[in-house]
Design a protein around this ligand. Structure first.
Ligand SMILES: Cc1cc2nc3c(=O)[nH]c(=O)nc-3n(C[C@H](O)[C@H](O)[C@H](O)COP(=O)(O)O)c2cc1C
Length: 372
């Protein structure tokens, strides 16, 4: 491959200069196995530093409050200890010339009472996603959550704003609002999880209201040019989401509204499963949404070097986020540059504690690199 669009620099919202268009996708790795659920210099610091040649790193989902938790050993961004932990990470990435956003996360009903001293998780409506929660005692069935009161919603909006403030203090270049993959925001968007009759349910505008309230609150704490947002419009029969005739129009409405904000980027996922037979689904997300959004678009899911270059070349996205490839190839950028072979990831160590499968993936052998 001669000229690779993935390797071209780009500036986000006239503000953040990136060395290339290769993004490390947000990935939960469950390495914060300490009482504070804080990232550590020895694990998280090294892991992200190893991947700092990415044009942009988006961290793993990081809970914005105790309430927001749903998985074992995920780091947060709500306590002093967590902010201190993240400072090591941002420092190391910046020292290597990289840029890093933190993904702000509230799982909503994708949680379990074990994380909440026996209390129910919160969600738009009291509807069980009939899924599994990965608790310290292993996988457990999810429960029927408690429907959020207006006060719960206001508290959650404030949690996101506080987390954004903490992210600035921790030295992040920006934040990504995790409004994707069946978690709290997505639960507001989707009819299978939102049956509210107040101003947060019913019409498309109402179902999107919570997201925009959070966006407004977050942009009081960090410039809008440093906020990204993630959506997964064709998610179906996964994470408790069901696609219906209102789903895509809801996302179209959200994406069009986002044009009113000079965001760092909009981050979309292609369908996680084959939705070609699902009524009302969009099969080509980038192609469908590119004409609707005027800002920088990141696309994700199942891309490789060739497909990534091709989609930018075709004008359907500006950047490409790589997930699993980044687990096993810390120097993915160098490998793409030199068309070098890629290492395989090991699923068994995606969420296990410690260094194994986390910071022990190899960099290209220097000798091999010289020969290429
Ligand atoms: C181990 C693992 C953890 C993930 N955790 C998150 C997460 O915290 N937040 C998120 O938005 N997506 C998460 N994802 C989804 C990825 O960001 C990405 O969308 C998915 O892996 C598909 O991209 P890929 O084919 O390049 O891997 C995770 C994926 C994996 C494999």
């Amino acid at each position: 491959m001669s000229k690779q669009p993935l390797l071209e620099p780009i500036i986000l919202s006239n503000t953040i200069q990136l060395n290339n268009r290769i993004v490390m996708a947000p990935m939960t790795r469950s390495r914060a196995d300490n009482d504070e659920r804080a990232p550590t210099e020895a694990l998280h610091g090294v892991y992200y530093e190893q991947r700092a040649s990415a044009g942009l790193i988006i961290t793993e989902g990081s809970q914005v409050s105790k309430q927001a938790i749903g998985y074992i050993n995920t780091p947060g961004i709500h306590s002093k200890a967590q902010v201190e932990g993240w400072k090591h990470v941002t420092q190391k990435v910046h020292d290597k010339g990289g840029k890093i956003f933190i993904q702000l996360w509230n799982v909503g009903r994708m949680s379990h009472p074990d994380f909440h001293n026996g209390e129910l998780p919160l969600a738009p409506s009291a509807i069980n996603p009939n899924s599994k929660s990965y608790t310290p005692a292993g996988f457990k069935d999810t429960v029927t959550p408690k429907a959020m009161t207006i006060e719960d919603i206001q508290t959650t909006v404030a949690d996101f704003a506080k987390a954004a403030k903490n992210a600035v203090e921790a030295g992040f270049d920006g934040v990504e609002i995790h409004s994707s993959n069946g978690y709290l925001f997505h639960q507001f968007f989707n009819n299978a999880s939102n049956q509210r009759t107040d101003q947060y349910g019913g019409s498309i505008e109402n179902k999107a209201r919570f997201l925009f309230e959070v966006l407004e609150a977050v942009k009081n704490e960090i410039p809008v040019e440093r906020i990204g947002l993630r959506l997964n419009p064709s998610l179906h029969n996964a994470f408790g989401m069901t696609l219906d005739e209102e789903t895509i129009p809801t996302f179209e409405y959200i994406v069009k509204q986002l044009n009113n904000y000079n965001l760092a980027y909009l981050h979309l996922s292609e369908p996680f499963t084959d939705v070609s037979d699902v009524p009302h689904a969009v099969t080509d997300i980038a192609k469908h949404f590119r004409p609707l959004y005027k800002g920088t678009l990141i696309i994700n899911s199942e891309f490789d070097q060739e497909k990534g270059n091709a989609i930018i070349e075709a004008g359907f996205a500006d950047m490409v986020a790589f997930g699993k490839l980044y687990i096993s190839n810390p120097d993915l950028v160098e490998r793409f540059k030199t068309n070098a072979p890629l290492a395989e990831w090991n699923e068994d160590t995606f969420y296990t504690p410690g260094k194994k499968g986390y910071i022990d993936y190899q960099f290209l052998d220097k000798k091999i690199k010289e020969k290429i």
